[in-house]
Ligand binder design. Structure first.
Ligand SMILES: O=C(O)[C@H]1O[C@H](OP(=O)(O)OP(=O)(O)OC[C@H]2O[C@@H](n3ccc(=O)[nH]c3=O)[C@H](O)[C@@H]2O)[C@H](O)[C@@H](O)[C@H]1O
Length: 430
């Protein structure tokens, strides 16, 4: 027997079109419809609000939806004062990624020599943000204000150029790391491609247009086997999405130089290391794990082939960056229009002496006075290449670039910093 609900007990209200229509049932249907519509709209809202994101909570494309607070007279005053030069012939430089490893060192060096420096950083959590905050505090003490914001925020960038007529942009903000690209590919597109284009769009419309020096990467040489790597070599076989986005950046730079007369210099950094470094890099997490007594994985090539890197010390890289800024010619465009040919350059900034990763570990063992638990494993196919080696003759000739720090000396300085910063290794780096 059919069970009747209490709604079925209520007499129907005859209607012209639907004689069987039941008022209460109708009201309840409307209520149900309204309820489910609300749920549906809510779900759509949630979907779109979170839509550019992957399920990975560390996805920086989600972080772009974060709202940063900027603007107002006090903020503008800080921006202006940080970017003010202290020498007559100095530069006024916007440094993106200023709370990053290279960004912090370059910003501090520029400020030391009297240039005006304004930092920009989104403080994302790709690695421990407290390290970025500590670098920011360091910069604050030397008079560099780091604005919190994303290079994808066109309104913020336009505002910065309204407040300060920057002569140069040192563009170091990027999603770094070759292996992480398999975990979170969209973050590379977001920062290294979309963010770079957004920055160039603002630069091309600025009056005056700044000269731009930016970080490319040794990884653009990809699977090349001819060494040392020269700027003239092919760069069309990247081994990681990271490398592919840096290569894309070089092509994008060509376009903006060609169409808008922007002066652009790309620097191909070779595995930069040193104090205040990046915890996602091998020398850094090897140090942390050796001190913790945890095993480290050391990669080797096929047939026990050596995996090696042209490790380059941060102070040498800083000199290369300053050399690039000092020799950068002015952009030629104005009002978004090209007025003549502009400079377009790319340089290797390496050390020209590759060191096997096994030797890097031996040096760390000596410096830390702890034996590493070595776990030798085959180089995974996740973005790594077997070796890198820079030919730096071009940078030497044009930028006066001359690296002077060998790996042993550089790692000693890194280890001293690490032990000081992490309280003798007791406070473990995350
Ligand atoms: O020159 C660059 O343009 C890039 O340099 C850096 O990449 P890489 O040279 O790959 O540095 P890094 O990860 O420190 O691995 C170092 C070595 O340790 C090996 N390695 C790594 C991890 C591991 O667990 N074991 C291991 O043997 C590994 O096989 C490698 O041989 C930057 O991270 C990158 O952002 C980009 O700037």
């Amino acid at each position: 027997m059919k069970q009747m609900s209490h709604l079925d007990d209520i007499p129907s209200t005859p209607g012209k079109f639907k004689p069987y229509f039941h008022r209460t049932r109708w009201q309840s249907s409307v209520a149900k419809l309204a309820f489910w519509s609300l749920v549906f709209v809510g779900l759509i809202f949630i979907f779109f609000y979170r839509s550019p994101v992957s399920s990975n909570p560390a996805d920086p494309s989600r972080r772009s939806l974060r709202t940063y607070s900027w603007g107002g007279p006090a903020w503008e005053k800080r921006v202006r004062s940080s970017a003010r030069l202290r020498t007559r012939r100095g530069f006024s430089v916007l440094v993106t990624g200023a709370a990053g490893f290279v960004g912090t060192h370059v910003s501090a060096a520029l400020k030391r020599r009297g240039d005006g420096v304004l930092g920009l950083d989104n403080f994302n959590d790709y690695y421990d943000p407290s390290l970025k905050r500590a670098r920011q505090a360091l910069l604050e003490r030397s008079g560099v204000f780091v604005v919190e914001g994303d290079i994808n925020d066109a309104a913020l960038l336009k505002k910065l150029f309204e407040v300060v007529p920057f002569t140069h942009v040192m563009h170091l903000a990027a999603q770094a790391g070759v292996r992480y690209a398999m975990e979170n590919p969209s973050s590379y597109v977001h920062s290294n491609i979309a963010g770079f284009v957004n920055l160039l769009e603002v630069c091309k419309s600025a009056n005056p247009q700044p000269a731009i020096v930016w970080a490319s990467s040794s990884s653009v040489y990809g699977l090349n086997t001819k060494v040392p790597f020269s700027e003239k070599d092919r760069t069309d076989q990247p081994a990681s999405l990271y490398a592919a986005t840096k290569k894309a950046g070089e092509e994008i730079a060509h376009t903006y130089n060609h169409i808008y007369g922007l002066s652009l210099t790309g620097l191909r950094f070779f595995t930069v290391y040193g104090p205040w470094g990046r915890p996602d890099m091998a020398y850094f997490f090897f140090t942390r794990d050796i001190l913790k007594g945890k095993a480290i994985s050391i990669f080797e090539g096929v047939n026990h082939g050596t995996v090696a890197r042209d490790f380059t010390y941060i102070d040498d890289i800083v000199k290369g960056c300053l050399g690039a800024l000092d020799t950068a010619e002015k952009s030629t465009g104005s009002g978004g229009k090209k007025r003549g040919a502009a400079q377009l350059r790319v340089f290797n900034l390496g050390n020209t002496s590759p060191v096997p990763v096994t030797d890097l570990v031996t040096i760390l063992e000596r410096l830390l006075k702890v034996k590493a638990k070595r776990n030798i494993m085959k180089l995974p196919r996740n973005g790594d290449v077997q070796f890198t080696h820079a030919n730096i003759s071009s940078a030497q000739r044009e930028l006066g670039y001359k690296p002077t720090t060998d790996l042993q000396t550089g790692l000693k300085k890194f280890a001293r910093w690490y032990l000081g910063y992490y309280n003798g290794g007791k406070k473990a780096a995350s």
